[in-house]
Each structure stands twice: as structure tokens, then as C-alpha cells.
Design a protein around this ligand. Structure first.
Ligand SMILES: [Zn+2]
Length: 246
């Protein structure tokens, strides 16, 4: 029944958009620093929680400690895109999926081959000098001892990610809002509707079917037209096969 409804909605859709949360990573064992278990481990190790450390004030006042955390817990945490991202990429490459909106900072959707990706929280490759705007790849940060400085002007470098308590870049927010507003079918993947980025962006959806694909069920799912509490990779695999057959 659910499969039939999902198949029908996706195959009929003319502007399919995916809004992806951290459940896409959790499914194959990658925990974001916002995950309670991971946050607890980090707090035990550093004496501060990620919410305390990954902030503008911690970065400014304790840059050495900040970059130790950034190198060890964020940059070193980069893995490979899981299977689910490759199914999304198949849907993107064939033109079915028009946009992927994500809070993933490792560019997994792009690495798997998705087109038109909006990375709301930025990207670990976009470190930069706030003074002269020179860009620095993650390797530069990983190779640095203590707090990395700009090789041109000596200023303290800054990660191209948004800090806790900081709002998403205006241009990215507008792009995400515009894409969700255009969608006739919105897939919320690896998140319930009460967590970001789904919470903020799903409310701009005015299309026909809001579909949640998340292994964990949640009371907020009631706002969705269709809820698939099944493994994400399996569900996306089915969708990409239906689209291929159609
Ligand atoms: Zn500089």
C-alpha cells in the first residue's frame, strides 16, 4: 500500500525535491556532532559540549582548542557517501530529482553525483581568511599545528561552516526556500519534521505530497501525507528502480 502510494507520487512528480537530515549518515554509523551520544563523548573528552565549542565566541577566544576540536572531530570525521546518496544521485542524474537540500558538511550528495545541491551549513573545503578572503582546503587546516593562519596576511583562518547559534547564509536560505516552494513532491529524508533542516523548510512546501522517509517514527510525522519508517537506502533504491523502469 505504502509502496504503491510512494511510487505513484514520485512517478507523477514534476518537481521533486529532497530535504536531507543527519539520519542519512546515522544509518551507516556516522554520527553528527549534534547527535546526543556523540555530543556526550565530545564533552567528556574536551570538557565542553559541541554547542559550546563550535561557536563564534569559542573560536575567537580559544582558537587553539577550537581548531583541535575542528580537526579531530569534524575534519577527521569525513567518510564516504553511503549507499543512500548514490541512489539520490541516480535520481538527480536522470533529471527526476531537481534539488537536494542538506545540512551535510562533507559534500556527500555532490561526491555521489547529485546536481543542484544546497549545503545549508557550508562545506569543510571552504575554509577562508576573514581578512583577505583567501580560501584554504581542509588539508591546510589538518596539517597546521594549533590555530592555522593565513599564509598571505597572517590572520586567523575561519571554517566555512556555520557555528552553533549562527543563522544560515541568506543566499542559501533563499535558494532552499525557493526550491521547496517550487516542489510538487517533497521528500524529507533521514529526519522527522521537527528537526532541522526539515522543520524550517518544510513549511514553505505548497505541493501535493510531503513524504517522510526515516527509519525512526515521530509524532511530527503526522503532518506528512505519507510516512515510510523503513531503512533509507532500501527505500531510495526502490524509488530509483521505479523511475528507471518508468
Ligand atoms: Zn589573509
Amino acid at each position: 500500500m505504502l509502496d504503491e502510494a510512494l511510487k505513484k507520487a514520485v512517478l507523477r512528480s514534476r518537481y521533486l525535491v529532497a530535504l536531507c537530515g543527519s539520519g542519512m549518515l546515522k544509518e551507516y554509523g556516522q554520527l553528527s556532532m549534534r547527535d546526543p551520544d556523540r555530543a556526550y563523548e565530545i564533552e567528556k573528552k574536551y570538557g565542553y559540549s559541541p554547542e559550546e565549542m563550535f561557536t563564534s565566541s569559542f573560536y575567537s577566544t580559544r582558537p587553539d582548542r577550537f581548531f583541535e576540536f575542528y580537526r579531530n572531530e569534524i575534519l577527521a570525521g569525513e567518510g564516504c557517501p553511503g549507499e543512500a546518496f548514490y541512489h539520490l544521485a541516480d535520481l538527480s542524474k536522470c533529471g527526476k530529482l531537481k534539488c537536494v537540500i542538506t545540512n551535510n558538511v562533507y559534500s556527500y550528495p555532490e561526491k555521489a553525483g547529485c546536481e543542484n545541491v544546497v549545503s545549508l551549513h557550508g562545506d569543510i573545503e571552504n575554509n577562508y581568511c576573514p581578512h583577505c578572503k583567501e580560501k584554504y582546503p581542509k588539508e591546510y587546516i589538518l596539517a597546521s599545528k594549533n590555530a592555522p593562519r593565513c599564509s598571505k596576511c597572517g590572520a586567523l583562518l575561519r571554517p566555512g561552516l556555520i557555528f552553533f547559534g549562527q543563522t544560515v547564509d541568506n543566499a542559501l536560505m533563499s535558494r532552499a526556500t525557493a526550491e521547496v516552494s517550487k516542489a510538487d513532491v517533497l521528500l524529507v529524508i533521514g529526519s522527522s519534521l521537527r528537526f532541522e533542516p526539515a522543520r524550517q523548510y518544510a513549511r514553505y512546501f505548497e505541493g501535493d505530497h510531503l513524504i517522510v522517509i526515516n527509519p525512526v517514527s515521530d509524532y511530527s510525522d503526522r503532518q506528512a501525507d505519507l510516512v515510510i519508517n523503513e531503512p533509507i537506502a532500501d527505500t531510495l533504491k526502490k524509488i530509483s528502480e521505479w523511475v528507471e523502469e518508468a
